[in-house]
Design a protein around this ligand. Structure first.
Ligand code: SF4
Length: 376
């Protein structure tokens, strides 16, 4: 596929209005186009029946309807969780995870999209397949927005509602692709999604946490912690050697103070690695000092990995030691290859030697669902 011109997903409503004015069309056509493009019910400009046929052709010549094509889909949890493998113009593939929460008497239904921000990742966490890839390239803002639109397309076909929540917890370190990620947040807001329903996850890029706080976007922040002492975190998340826990903790507190939004801590439980009683005590102390909720995610098993989750009883005991700030999140996506990098790797038959943490990311979506003021 050759890459055409400008991408619809990367345009604000005002940008699109300008395109239509250039084409000699009234501005209201932009709203018509956006509504149909967001509804997920059309897959091209040609399918927009409310537009004149000539305009559909002009739009096709002028704009790329979507920057990513859906390559593969796997589902689990009776269809509530899906993973999409999307393909960019250059053939690179990216994963997106879709999670439906049907809701109930006390909760509204939600449709959460877990988007990737990079293809591969430069951070190189010990337990992560995406990290094994290295960084292949950053995604553009349009490619991030189009993951959400692809999710809307899938859900519309299934008779479900549109995306309501977005979490930046897929492949890549979102704050390592700072500009396009912030642009995507603003674009998604322009497309109709509130940043209040978005969560940005980071492995601990301290300067970018401060930058994000200064954007005055009411997104929530999730910190992929995985260890509460520097010795262990240096091994699990190599970025810790540059921004050790004391600096990360201070940045988290500044983010909370500046935005009024509490951060949450992600902690993948790995047997005989970070599940000792002293790890729980250190985690409890750190969470209390930052006033953060902790999402404990038992390691999601993957092939060729020597890292495994502790037994369920040990997970519960660990959570009890951390205290009331902790919740255990069992991965909904495990049966559908949910962990970050996992679907892509299985499609490409890439060898993997270590395990992934990003099942945690998926479960954080449920954290967001809870009434507790966690990040998600
Ligand atoms: S866990 Fe996240 S930050 Fe770490 S290597 Fe994987 S994708 Fe990158």
């Amino acid at each position: 596929m050759t890459k055409p011109h400008r991408e619809l997903g990367g345009l604000t409503l005002a940008d699109l209005q300008a395109v239509l004015v250039e084409l000699g069309q009234p501005r209201y056509r932009a709203t018509q186009i956006r509504e149909q493009a967001w509804s997920g019910r059309v897959g091209s400009f040609q399918e927009m029946a409310t537009l004149p046929v000539a305009l559909r052709h002009e739009l096709e010549a002028e704009l790329c309807f979507r920057s990513l094509e859906i390559g593969a889909e796997t589902t689990a949890d009776r269809g509530l969780t899906s993973k999409l493998l999307l393909r960019g113009h250059d053939g690179e593939e990216v994963e997106t995870v879709l999670i439906r929460h049907p809701g109930g008497a006390a909760a509204r239904p939600r449709n959460t999209v877990c988007v990737s921000s990079q293809i591969g990742c430069a951070i190189g966490c010990l337990f992560c397949a995406t990290g094994q890839l290295g960084l292949r390239r950053n995604l553009t803002a349009a490619e991030i927005v189009d993951q959400v639109r692809a999710a809307g397309h899938i859900w519309a076909a299934a008779g479900s509602g549109p995306p309501t929540n977005v979490v930046f917890m897929g492949m890549g370190e979102p704050l390592h692709n700072y500009g396009p990620v912030v642009e995507a947040i603003r674009l998604l807001q322009d497309w109709g999604l509130s940043p209040r329903h978005m969560v940005v996850s980071t492995s601990g890029l301290v300067p970018e946490i401060d930058r994000l706080a200064a954007e005055k976007l009411p997104v929530r922040l999730a910190i992929s912690l995985h260890a509460a002492n520097d010795l262990l975190r240096d091994r699990l998340v190599p970025l810790n050697r540059r921004y050790p826990l004391a600096e990360l903790k201070a940045a988290a507190m500044r983010f909370s103070a500046s935005t009024g939004r509490r951060v949450s801590l992600e902690y993948v439980l790995i047997a005989n690695v970070n599940d000792r009683p002293e790890d729980a005590v250190a985690l409890r102390q750190l969470a209390a000092s930052v006033r953060a909720h902790v999402n404990l995610i038992p390691m999601n098993p993957i092939p060729n990995s020597e890292l495994v989750a502790p037994p369920q009883r040990a997970c519960r005991e660990f959570a009890e030691m951390v205290g009331t700030r902790a919740s255990i999140r069992f991965s909904r996506g495990e049966r559908a290859t949910a962990a970050c990098g996992q679907l892509r790797a299985s499609m490409a038959a890439l060898p993997r030697r270590s395990a992934l943490a990003a099942a945690a990311h998926i479960e954080l979506v449920d954290g967001e669902m809870s009434t507790a003021p966690t990040h998600g």
